[in-house]
Design a protein around this ligand. Structure first.
Ligand SMILES: [Fe+2]
Length: 314
């Protein structure tokens, strides 16, 4: 599987998400599975009678969202987005979701679900373009192995000794060795406090000063909403801010590949080696853009970031 590549575009004829999933099953082989919808999503779809507190929250969000979307105005949609985040915009299908529409904001580079050690078993993620935006609405892909080689040795040294502090109970290594190539791959989640820095670097690199940072606050309660902290092997916590943060982001953005979508494109992304981020849409947003999102993981050995070898100090 790995030998087929870490980032590639396939031209696969497909009609809908179930058809795409079946084609990908054939492509990946039987030991790879696309996670089914979560029980939570299933319950929401069915209208579960006794939801938990978190289910109530999501259900409430869905209700508010449908009201806001009912306004059918760009302002209403921006408000919905800023209040509820992208997840509420996604449409669940049986085997995947449609991504949020492209609006004026740009996401920071991130590996999908990086803040969770099992990464939702998302070893690979798959984007399938049903319908591109009429303008823009691209997806950025970042080669985190290449970015590592661009880092100054001082930062390599710090990150090789450190983990990101996600919560008081959860840390994620800042860099791991790729399981096939052995290349050090930076692991990152460009949301929360550093979202503005991510977009600053994107703005200065592209000259697109009109774009905004993504207001989405994923996984509320995570420490990363404050400055990202790194924690070293002795337990010392240090904010990852200022020149270190900007130098780091500069190296990541130097590896950016901009995927412009065409109808039918399928892009399969190694979710350890590559980070990704949604880029801006046309002014006022774009309702036409429909990019499906699926993920793949091994059925036999489920993803665990701690199974990956750490990188020795520089
Ligand atoms: Fe993502």
């Amino acid at each position: 599987m790995h030998a087929k590549g870490f980032l590639f575009t396939q031209k696969i004829a497909w009609d809908n998400v179930d058809d795409l999933k079946q084609k990908l099953d054939e492509y990946f082989g039987p030991q790879w599975v696309c996670p089914e919808m979560t029980q939570l999503n299933k319950d929401i779809v069915k209208g579960a009678s006794a939801p938990s507190a978190s289910e109530c929250l999501v259900g409430c969000q869905a209700g508010v969202l449908s009201w806001l979307l009912g306004l059918k105005s760009a302002g209403g949609k921006r408000l919905a987005y800023s209040l509820l985040g992208e997840l509420a915009y996604r449409q669940s299908h049986k085997h995947g979701t449609s991504l949020a529409p492209a609006i004026s904001v740009v996401q920071g580079p991130h590996q999908e679900t990086m803040v969770v050690p099992n990464r939702g078993n998302m070893r690979y993620i798959v984007f399938g373009c049903k319908q591109p935006a009429f303008r823009d609405g691209n997806t950025a892909l970042f080669d985190m192995a290449k970015a590592w080689t661009l880092l100054p040795s001082k930062l390599q040294d710090r990150l090789s000794r450190s983990s990101w502090l996600v919560t008081d109970q959860t840390t994620i290594p800042c860099v791991v060795k790729h399981d096939v190539t052995g290349e050090p791959c930076i692991q990152f989640f460009g949301f929360g406090h550093c979202a503005t820095a991510c977009v600053d670097v994107y703005r200065s690199m592209t000259g697109k000063y009109h774009v905004d940072d993504d207001p989405t606050a994923y996984a509320q309660g995570c420490v990363y909403q404050k400055p990202w902290l790194t924690v070293d092997e002795k337990g010392n916590k240090t904010p990852f801010i200022g020149l270190d943060l900007y130098t780091f982001l500069d190296c990541i953005y130097k590896t950016m590949i901009v995927k412009e979508w065409s109808k039918g494109d399928v892009v399969i992304v190694d979710n350890v080696k590559f980070a990704h981020g949604r880029l801006e849409g046309p002014p006022g947003g774009d309702d036409k853009r429909d990019v499906l999102f699926l993920s793949w993981g091994s059925r036999k050995s489920r993803f665990n970031i701690f199974d990956f070898e750490r990188v020795g100090p520089a």
